[in-house]
Design a protein around this ligand. Structure first.
Ligand SMILES: [Fe+2]
Length: 206
């Protein structure tokens, strides 16, 4: 089955005033949609790959993807996976669950220090890309990736991710990426992030 754009689990205005409705609408209906269309197009010559989840296509540096479409699947499949992930971890006014906060504190000294390091990774990503909190082996890491590269390509499990492409913030924040990052902390769905962390532990054990 070809990949399709799913509706967001909330309205475009749900993250106001931190992320504006217009940005959300364009980001979802234009940018995410375009990644999906281009991914489907890249897979046309290999229709059997439509049966695989996008995460499976990206795994192990796109091992299952033929060489001639690897570049396209890396960009557009990565764009599809990253955006699907991003919408899921956004929600306004969610407090971090106490258990997960303890995990963050044990890995990064304090919650503030974690936010500082993650924000620095997001701000320091030159050009377009993402900042991530990932589960890797038995610990959590903050990394950033260029373009639409996904942590899944290197076997790292995304727990939290921030899109720092200009399309994610330019309408409201123009060139002020630091302001966008600061506001974004208000719309992290910590319940979902905590669930993803729990699942990542489970997947390690299997
Ligand atoms: Fe984006």
């Amino acid at each position: 089955m070809k990949h399709i754009l799913l509706s967001l689990p909330y309205g475009y205005g749900a993250l106001e005033p931190y992320i504006d409705a217009k940005t959300m609408e364009i980001h979802h209906t234009k940018h995410h949609q375009a990644y999906i269309e281009n991914l489907n197009k890249a897979l046309e010559k290999y229709p059997e790959l439509y049966e695989k989840k996008v995460e499976e296509l990206l795994a192990n540096n796109l091992q299952v993807v033929p060489e001639e479409i690897k570049h396209a699947v890396r960009n557009h499949g990565g764009g599809h996976a990253n955006h699907s992930f991003f919408w899921e971890i956004l929600k306004k006014d969610v407090n971090i669950p106490a258990n997960f906060k303890k995990v963050i504190e044990s890995e990064f000294e304090s919650f503030d220090k974690f936010k500082e390091e993650f924000s620095a990774a997001a701000l320091g990503r030159l050009g377009s890309g993402w900042a991530w909190l990932v589960k890797h082996k038995d610990h959590l890491d903050i990394i950033s990736t260029a373009n639409q590269d996904s942590p899944l390509m290197e076997g790292k499990i995304p727990i939290l991710g921030l899109d720092v492409w200009e399309h994610a913030y330019y309408l409201k924040f123009q060139n002020k990426r630091a302001d966008y990052i600061k506001e974004w902390w208000n719309v992290v769905n910590w319940d979902k992030v905590s669930d993803l962390y729990e699942k990542s532990i489970y997947s390690d054990r299997n």
